[in-house]
Design a protein around this ligand. Structure first.
Ligand SMILES: Nc1ncnc2c1ncn2[C@@H]1O[C@H](COP(=O)(O)O)[C@@H](O)[C@H]1OP(=O)(O)O
Ligand SMILES: [Mg+2]
Ligand SMILES: [Mg+2]
Ligand SMILES: [Mg+2]
Length: 343
């Protein structure tokens, strides 16, 4: 399974190199989707299905569906995905099978489950941080398992993240091995290993208890984050370091191994968070000893279907900093609301 993940990651990395001028579509919400997003979703779900005993039902909640690929004008991208997936299966050699274009479309739609509070469901973001992927920056392949509405397993492959700490270097690090695979199982802790296959090492969140020494992660994309709010939270808390801005759930991985102390995620009003954007990352952080909540201090609830039903924002940090972080988050939100409607 892990080997399969690595194959999938190397496929995503290879595709990243030659995708930049072709193979990108825009979805209804204007976010980009690429050949790599579709290809990764098909390959991960193929492995999961093949390894699931026939007696067990298979359910997957995944980001992509075939709608855009069935439209007129999508023939070339569908052709590219079909070629990429079939080539990868042959190169890997584990399974002997061939996907037709119709087979590709229906394999993508294997991820259409609604999830929910009962049974087991895989949760997949085949490329998380597609904008980072297209820029050649951070992205992640994020897979989690929901059991009776709770995340019990998470795997986060970050092909462009250095294996060593990124500290305060704003996502870049020199002379270090690149490609980190984070994993966590409920009750068993969290680990990181190299995507090239080094032994796994236990990880834990940092033990900083004075915000003056803390740094915080947020989205690289300004459009994904209310930076005036995150700036005000950091200032109220007394954080001195500038924000560390990187794409995708790589932020959860970096937080889980103590590269930084806080992750602030405050999308603009009206944005609805999806479970595949947080399931794997949040269990990696909680199993590394951290805490992940919404802005009211509630645990994230993955049992409500494809969306997370939360009020405003997600925060993640260690147990020492969480009480003071929660307090300033609530103050900053109150001030923001008062400024928006002063009467
Ligand atoms: N307007 C938006 N606001 C917040 N997050 C978004 C928005 N549009 C897409 N996303 C999703 O947010 C995540 C990127 O997070 P970050 O900003 O932390 O890098 C991705 O899951 C991305 O989806 P996708 O999986 O399609 O890349
Ligand atoms: Mg997307
Ligand atoms: Mg995502
Ligand atoms: Mg995605």
């Amino acid at each position: 399974m892990q080997y399969q993940d690595c194959e999938n990651v190397s496929t995503a990395t290879a595709v990243q190199k030659d995708i930049l001028h072709s193979g990108v579509q825009s979805k209804a919400d204007k976010s980009p989707v690429t050949v790599a997003d579709y290809g990764s979703q098909i390959l991960v779900s193929l492995v999961l299905k093949m390894e699931t005993p026939a007696s067990t039902s298979f359910s997957m909640v995944a980001e992509e569906d075939s709608e855009e690929l069935r439209k007129e004008g999508a023939e070339e991208i569908l052709e590219n995905i079909t070629e990429l997936v079939n080539e990868t299966i042959v190169d890997d050699g584990t399974y002997s099978m061939y996907f037709s274009k119709e087979g590709i479309l229906s394999a993508i739609d294997d991820g259409k489950s609604e999830g929910g509070p009962s049974g087991r469901h895989w949760v997949l973001d085949p490329i998380d941080g597609t904008k980072g992927f297209l820029r050649g920056d951070q992205y992640a392949i994020a897979l989690a398992l929901l059991d009776e509405g709770k995340v019990v397993l998470g795997v986060l492959a970050c092909p462009n993240l250095s294996l060593g700490s990124i500290g305060n270097l704003n996502g870049s690090s020199s002379g270090d091995q690149v490609g980190a695979l984070f994993s966590a199982t409920i009750g068993c802790g969290a680990e990181v290993e190299s995507l090239q296959g080094s032994p796994a090492q236990k990880i834990s969140v940092c033990s900083i208890d004075d915000p003056v020494n803390a740094s915080f992660f947020e989205s690289y994309e300004g459009a994904h984050s209310m930076r005036d709010l995150t700036g005000s939270i950091a200032e109220k808390l007394g954080v001195q370091a500038p924000p560390v801005r990187i794409d995708s759930q790589a932020k959860y991985g970096a937080l889980a191994r103590g590269d930084g102390a806080i992750y602030l995620r405050f999308p603009h009003k009206g944005y609805r968070e999806k479970i595949w954007d947080h399931a794997a990352g949040s269990i990696v952080v909680t199993e590394a000893g951290g805490v992940v909540t919404d802005a009211s201090g509630n645990d994230l609830d993955f049992s409500k279907g494809r969306f997370l039903d939360l009020d405003t924002g997600i925060i993640a940090t260690n147990k020492q900093l969480m009480p003071s972080l929660l307090k300033v988050v609530q103050e900053a939100i109150k001030e923001q609301n008062q400024a928006a409607s002063p009467l």
